[in-house]
Design a protein around this ligand. Structure first.
Ligand code: ADE
Length: 239
């Protein structure tokens, strides 16, 4: 997968793309990152990328020209259309389902701005997806795009080893994950549930499944609305 980021602050991405799994993913050639300062595409001699809003008002608006030209340049050798993702608080709220969709693409381009606004023609003629990472306002789209990129890259084939497989993640299964424990079996008097020490795999699986359901019921009952319960899970919920 190719991931391009258009930003005025390319230095923000270095630590993220050069650390841990996102770095390993690039080394394994599962992903190729390019971070582009779209100021470089400004046709203006002062390299400006913003201007005053028509009709007046506070704040500046991101001009269409640098973004249109950058996208044209990044896609000029492509036949398949990439997903062009605008990070903004007005966008569709990001979910694991969207991460799974993005992970199937060959090319994602993220547009990150620090603006009161984007010229609407960017939204209507360039962008394929507008994404918000939650109902709060950040100073810009950079951190938000990193959240999306992180969640997508970990889903790409070969990026996570078998031990860290994503198939059992919270949200992928539709439920939150069950609790985890490691050694020692007792710490400061706090004990690991006996069943996990029993060696009985069937019982352990049953415990995990029940705890996963309990956790979802207690913390995110809204997730159960979309989840199809097994007969056993329906019984557990009534307990
Ligand atoms: N830019 C500013 N706030 C944002 C948010 N919540 N999600 C995505 N992009 C943003």
């Amino acid at each position: 997968m190719k991931i391009d980021v258009l930003t005025l602050f390319p230095e923000m991405f270095q630590p993220v793309f050069q650390t841990s799994i996102l770095k390993k993913a690039a080394e394994k050639e599962a992903v190729q990152y390019r971070v582009i300062n779209f100021r470089d595409y400004s046709s203006n001699k002062h390299k400006t990328v913003d201007d005053y809003p028509y009709g007046g008002g506070v704040g500046m608006v991101l001009k269409p020209q640098p973004v249109f030209d950058a996208i044209e340049d990044l896609t000029k050798e492509e036949t398949k259309k990439p997903r062009i993702i605008l990070m903004c608080p007005q966008g569709e709220t990001y979910t694991q389902k969207k991460a799974e969709q993005f992970a199937k693409e060959d090319h994602l381009i993220f547009i990150c701005g620090h603006y009161e606004g984007y010229d609407e023609r960017i939204r209507s003629h360039v962008v394929t997806d507008e994404i918000s990472i939650g109902d709060y306002v950040l100073t810009g789209g950079e951190l938000a795009s990193m959240v999306v990129i992180d969640s997508v890259v970990r889903l790409l084939p070969g990026v996570l080893g078998k031990e860290a497989s994503h198939e059992l993640d919270s949200f992928s299964t539709g439920l939150l994950e069950h609790p985890h424990y490691t050694r020692p079996a007792e710490y400061k008097g706090y004990k690991v549930p006996d069943v996990l020490l029993s060696g009985n795999h069937e019982k352990i699986e049953q415990w995990r499944s029940k705890e996963s359901l309990r956790r979802t019921f207690e913390r995110r009952p809204d997730l159960l609305d979309k989840y199809e319960l097994s007969e056993q899970q329906k019984i557990w919920l009534k307990e």
